[in-house]
Design a protein around this ligand. Structure first.
Ligand code: HEM
Ligand code: HEM
Length: 178
């Protein structure tokens, strides 16, 4: 009899989908608001929304990482070649690196702006100051990591769909609710 495939735990599954889908929305929101006309209430509204969602997401990401550090991932099936297992491990690791760096660069970059950060309407203490050079450097990094993140997510989704449609090896179902 074939051994049943090991799944992620329900909390890991829910955190994966909540954080994953919200991150895709946050990336789209960031790209959308970037081109809005400057000094308009509309742009300010979207920027505040992006900052609030970003900081809320940071809390979920932290929760996800703490949970992941306490519970290791289920072992991948033997049907996957060694290089595929290595690629899966490294791409997941890099996705976590992006998840950590995006909120940090966004938060620190925003601290060097006169607009500061409002978290769902509540003004957070601003420990930075108005500095265009520092801000632009940090947002340059924020943007570059976002581009790397988008490529990684695209590869991740393609790989997941390959497991679901081509390989049919149950790897996709490891992260789906029952
Ligand atoms: C949580 C994950 C986050 C993701 C995936 C994300 C994604 C993005 C993206 C894709 C852009 C557009 C980049 C560009 O084309 O310039 C952007 C811009 C921006 N993000 Fe984030 N962001 C995140 C968190 C944050 C946080 C926590 C803050 C601040 C508290 C923040 C503040 C900003 C600001 C102010 C901009 C506009 C920069 C500019 O164009 O001057 N972001 N973000
Ligand atoms: C929306 C489409 C997505 C699909 C179809 C998808 C699919 C999957 C699948 C099938 C797995 C389990 C792989 C395994 O069995 O080991 C997985 C794990 C993972 N996914 Fe996604 N995913 C999606 C979005 C995302 C996004 C946007 C992120 C961004 C952070 C992400 C980050 C991860 C990480 C880090 C893991 C590894 C979990 C761990 O072992 O700690 N996923 N995903």
């Amino acid at each position: 009899m074939q051994k049943a495939i090991e799944k992620y735990r329900p909390i890991a599954i829910w955190l994966h989908w909540i954080v994953g889908l919200a991150l895709i929305g946050q990336l789209a929101l960031g790209l959308y608001m970037h081109d809005l006309p400057k000094q308009t209430p509309e742009r300010a509204w979207y920027f505040n929304l992006h900052k609030s969602i970003g900081l809320t997401l940071a809390l979920f990401i932290l929760l996800r990482i703490v949970y992941r550090l306490r519970h290791s991932a289920p072992v991948l099936p033997n049907s996957m070649r060694a290089w595929e297992q290595l690629a899966a491990r490294w791409s997941h690791y890099l996705l976590y690196v992006c998840m950590i760096l995006m909120p940090i660069t966004g938060y620190v970059g925003s601290s060097f702006s006169k607009y500061g950060i409002k978290f769902w309407g509540i003004e957070l203490p601003n420990w930075g100051w108005e500095d265009k050079d520092i801000r632009e450097t940090l947002f340059g990094i924020h943007e570059t990591i976002a581009e790397v993140f988008i490529v990684l997510i695209a590869l991740h989704v393609i790989a997941a769909l390959k497991h679901l449609i081509v390989d049919k090896d149950g790897v996709f179902q490891r992260i789906t609710p029952r």
